[in-house]
Write a protein that binds this ligand. Structure first.
Ligand code: PEP
Ligand code: MG
Length: 683
């Protein structure tokens, strides 16, 4: 148990026991440091003989406090009393962990490189996973961070060198710009990366440690590099996969500052002519700095199609493949390749005719994308006259406006989690009402499907205490959590129902696995509706658990619509973690097992005159669109940038032609066979 002892003196001191199962890892450390920074007092943490500044992220991370560690918290200054009281409460409450005794942040999986990398067969095709669509044809370039030689007189005499303070200021400006650019592109999670980089630069210990080295006679650049290397190494030495990302962040931002100090603006060396970049991995800074004129495409060994790098590539319009076979790294520099971001392949040394065809495909793809954008306001009507609604997945009011701008026919999935994250208390009913109302008003008569809170398990909220869960993906998440937190659920439903008359809002429940959940949630809506006297709203469920798909005929009479969440449905059907990059090429929603569940859901819905849409990533996969439409999918809700191309694709096909192909797909044995089948028919 936590035991405390307050010492009355010029400073305040308390002893606490860390209860977080994995100790002070990234997330709780960030919560603690950010809270400490709000006070003027000096605040330190001591563990064993080591005492660190509690306002320094790196120092707190490297304190080595594990679960059960006794730490001493000391505050000294004008607001020491308030500081110690608030920090004590925060530490006792688990510093934002779902439950202090549970680590809920999923560990990134790293696959070690084999000792020997076999060279690829030539000519040949190296397999990966498509992460950003498009074709790139060109010579490869191995992108490597060049280790800067700080003894090289040429490097040291470059023009435009900055001192450390100037470089830090300039780096923060760059990071703020990148943060803004990512936000403008509606890439909240990627924006957060650059925000985290800026936070690392605010670490008071960093500059102090550099100064100590400078005082011993080291040049500022060398002192900076040595400090970053040392701190990143000490985080990495903790051997905690959760902290590995922080060590990478520190190296990434450290390199940015070093280059500014040396007057070197470009990240890494880039050739003047266009290339296809290959690398084991890329940092978000590398990717964000790529000029689409010179980087035709890129392939990396690490990462999955939902990784930040993949999302950045899609936003930049650069074709990309991820999770690529190691043999790619053994290719010689300038080897001609065709990188296909649609099917995830890298064709090495292609024959002249294949190369020519790829160049034509590449040109057509670019023209197609431009044309799709020009036509995005038109409805998506197939060649045989079926109107298919192409709606967007949104997560904010700004997204709603952007979706409208991109020609979306509505919002097929409004993820309401965005309202609840990054806060210390739940949003009030009125705060929620204001947001749902603004989205409803933005979209006017167009439908907006508001998904109720899909939180819990892997997505914790600091103000919701959950019991420890060994397997959060199979735990209290989505509708299960809401039904166990009726007050929270009630407030959200009241806010949605109040906003509904301002537009065309519908309500959808996530992670439903049993009809009893739907009935209970529906009854709650009816109860609230009669309290408020608001009109009826359409109610649907997400089909993302196999039991919901298998029981779709039981659900269908009691819902207005289904929305298939293939991200989770694939994960639960194939028992493959959707975030595991080692499984990325197998986690395929075109697997016949998933398709059979989709087909059964659509059939059941249609039997009762109900609609089915898809809101998982599969809906924007060009190979999946004809199969989904052939199975009778009524609506495709896709990522905002994909709206124009998906609409254009619907306009280019005859759904009747794809119905027999879709039936054939259900009888395929593997996802690969389904993809081959689609390819054959598309050709
Ligand atoms: C899904 O699971 O397919 C889905 C759309 O929901 P989320 O990605 O938010 O879990
Ligand atoms: Mg889901």
């Amino acid at each position: 148990m936590i035991h405390a002892e307050l010492t009355e003196s010029l400073m305040k001191q308390i002893e606490l026991v860390i209860q977080n199962r994995t100790g002070l890892h990234a997330r709780p450390a960030k919560v603690l440091v950010n809270l400490a920074k709000q006070f003027k007092s000096d605040i330190s943490l001591q563990h064993g003989a080591k005492r660190v500044n509690a306002k320094s992220m790196v120092s707190v991370l490297t304190l080595g406090a594990v679960c059960g560690s006794e730490i001493t918290l000391q505050t000294n200054g004008l607001d020491e009393e308030k500081a110690i009281a608030e920090l004590e409460i925060a530490i006792r409450a688990g510093l934002g962990d779902v439950d202090p005794a549970v680590e809920a942040e999923p560990a990134p999986i790293k696959v070690d490189a084999p000792v020997e990398i076999p060279p690829p067969a030539e000519p040949g095709v190296i397999k990966g996973v498509g992460a950003a669509p498009g074709i790139a044809v060109g010579p490869i370039f191995h992108f490597q961070q060049v280790e800067l030689d700080l003894d090289n007189p040429e490097i040291l005499s470059a023009d435009g060198q900055l001192d450390l303070a100037e470089a830090l200021t300039r780096a923060k400006v760059q990071l703020a710009e990148l943060h803004q650019q990512m936000n403008d592109k509606k890439l909240g999670a990627e924006a957060a990366i650059f925000e985290a980089h800026a936070e690392l630069l605010d670490d008071p210990e960093l500059s102090e440690a550099v100064q100590v080295r400078v005082d011993t006679g080291l040049s500022p650049a060398k002192a900076w590099k040595a400090t970053i290397d040392e701190q990143a190494a000490s985080i990495a030495a903790l051997n905690d996969p959760l902290l590995a990302a922080r060590a990478d962040d520190l190296r990434d931002v450290g390199e940015r500052v070093l280059r500014l100090m040396l007057g070197l603006s470009e990240k890494g060396f880039m050739p003047k002519t266009p290339v296809v970049i290959v690398a084991r991995e890329l940092s978000p800074s590398d990717t964000a700095s790529f000029d689409p004129e010179r980087v035709l495409g890129f392939g990396i060994v690490e990462g999955g199609p939902t990784s930040h790098i993949a999302i950045l590539a899609r936003a930049l319009g650069i074709p990309a493949i991820v999770g690529v076979d190691e043999s790619m790294l053994a290719l010689e520099e300038k080897t001609p390749v065709i990188l296909n971001g649609n099917d995830g392949t890298l064709t090495v040394n292609p024959a002249a005719d294949i190369l020519e065809r790829a160049k034509i495909t590449q040109r057509r793809w670019l023209e197609y994308r431009r044309f799709a954008q020009e036509q995005s306001a038109l409805p998506a009507v197939s060649l045989d006259g079926h109107r298919v609604d192409v709606t967007a997945n949104a997560g904010s009011i700004a997204d709603a406006a952007e979706a409208l701008h991109m020609g979306a026919d509505g919002i097929g999935l409004l993820r309401t989690e965005f309202l609840f994250l990054e806060r210390t208390t739940a949003p009030t009913e009125d705060e929620q009402f204001a947001v749902y109302n603004a989205v409803a008003e933005t979209m006017k008569t167009l439908p907006v499907i508001v998904r109720t809170l899909d939180i819990g398990g892997d997505k914790p909220l600091p103000y919701i205490q959950l019991k420890p869960e060994l397997n959060p993906f199979l735990g209290e998440r989505g509708i299960r959590l809401c039904l166990n937190r009726l007050e929270l659920f009630r407030e959200q439903l009241r806010a949605i129902l109040r906003a509904a008359p301002s537009g065309n809002l519908k309500i959808m429940f996530p992670m439903v696995s049993d009809i009893a959940e739907l009935r209970q949630a529906r009854a709650l809506i009816e109860e609230i509706r009669s309290e408020l006297g608001t009109p009826p709203v359409q109610i649907g469920i997400m089909v993302e658990v196999p039991s919901a798909a298998l029981m779709a005929d039981v659900f269908a009479p009691e819902i207005d619509f289904f929305s298939i969440g293939t991200n989770d449905l694939t994960q639960y059907t194939l028992a493959m973690d959707r975030g595991n990059s080692a499984l990325a090429c197998k986690h395929d929603g075109l697997h016949p097992a998933v398709l059979r569940l989709i087909a059964h859901t659509i059939e059941s819905a249609h039997k009762y005159g109900k609609r089915t849409d898809i809101c998982g990533e599969l809906g924007s996969d060009a190979a999946a669109v004809p199969i989904l439409l052939g199975l009778g999918m009524d609506e495709l809700s896709v990522s905002i940038p994909s709206v124009p191309t998906v609409k254009a694709q619907v306009r280019s096909l005859k759904i009747a032609d794809w119905q027999p192909v879709a039936r054939e797909a259900l009888n395929c044995s593997t996802a690969q066979e389904v993809r081959e089948l689609v390819k054959k028919h598309l050709n």
